[in-house]
Ligand binder design. Structure first.
Ligand code: BTN
Length: 274
């Protein structure tokens, strides 16, 4: 039985129109929607032991939305999608691959709905025309993996805080289209289910081509921050465990965590980080 629970002043109430149009088998069999949360990551953690595999927590607004590298994730009411998934079993592949699979699933769903190409930037940023339109936060909290997804849907450029104004964008800013968040979320959940199943069955090869087709930095020179270090080299894309392969003057480096600050694809203009 699929269920969609909405928070009200009295508690959680069942509501079904969103769920009845969702085509997934096991992902998002249960969705809990909140008008406001600090962060969907915090809320879903309450269900680590009791929640079913595939549980989704979705919020209309977050007051303390979190991004990678201890950043804030700007989450005003109704302008974006902010949700988290609980993946419990079987988590048989290296965890970073779930981030790559999520980014591919989100990009493919957006391409289906918006009908324009989206790009990916390691480890799991979703870009539109070189600017960040979506991000993914992975948190492993045994026995589950929590995957938080944020997508900028209808933000106006002037709404973004000054520090991200130049680097971030929204679907509306780039296309002029106001697309329903429910429609986007349904498409994303369906694609995520497909890619998590593919990842489990076939491993990294199931993702490699889809990633490479969208990777903004593949084969180009990149500047990358890893902790306090700044590394430069040529990006060879993610390896089979999800780490980034970087060809540097000192040899081949495997980067397990970090952030691409700048990337340059031969013949293209130089981009700053999204
Ligand atoms: C990034 O820095 O790119 C990751 C951003 C992840 C944002 C989402 S919004 C839903 C979930 N709840 C959070 O607090 N963060 C993630």
């Amino acid at each position: 039985m699929r269920s969609f629970l909405k928070d009200t002043k009295e508690g959680l109430e069942s509501s079904s129109s969103f769920a009845s149009r969702l085509a997934t088998k096991w992902l998002a069999k249960k969705i809990i929607f909140f008008r406001e949360l600090t962060s969907t990551q915090d809320e879903i953690k309450k269900y680590i032991f009791t929640g079913e595999n595939g549980l989704v927590v979705w919020a209309d607004r977050q007051t303390q939305g979190r991004g990678r590298l201890s950043r804030n994730w700007y989450s005003p009411r109704a302008a974006g999608l902010y949700f988290s998934l609980l993946l419990k079993e079987p988590l048989a592949r290296p965890l970073p691959l779930y981030g790559l699979a999520t980014a591919i699933g989100v990009a493919k769903a957006l391409e289906e709905v918006v009908k324009i190409p989206f790009q990916l930037k390691w480890p799991n940023d979703i870009l539109l025309r070189g600017r960040k339109v979506g991000g993914i936060l992975l948190e492993a909290v045994s026995p589950a993996l929590i995957i938080g997804i944020g997508i900028n849907v209808s933000f106006r450029r002037e709404d973004f805080p000054p520090e991200i104004k130049e680097k971030a964008t929204s679907i509306f800013e780039e296309t002029g289209l106001l697309i329903s968040r429910a429609r986007i979320l349904r498409a994303v959940l369906k694609k995520l289910e497909d890619y998590y199943e593919l990842l489990l069955k076939e491993g990294f090869p199931a993702l490699e081509k889809e990633w490479q087709e969208r990777d903004v930095a593949l084969g180009g020179r990149v500047v990358l921050r890893r902790g306090d270090q700044v590394l430069t080299g040529f990006s060879l894309g993610p390896s089979s465990d999800g780490a980034l392969l970087l060809k540097t003057p000192q040899g081949l480096l495997k980067v397990h965590s970090g952030e691409i600050l700048m990337w340059e694809v031969p013949g293209w203009e130089k981009h700053r980080a999204a």
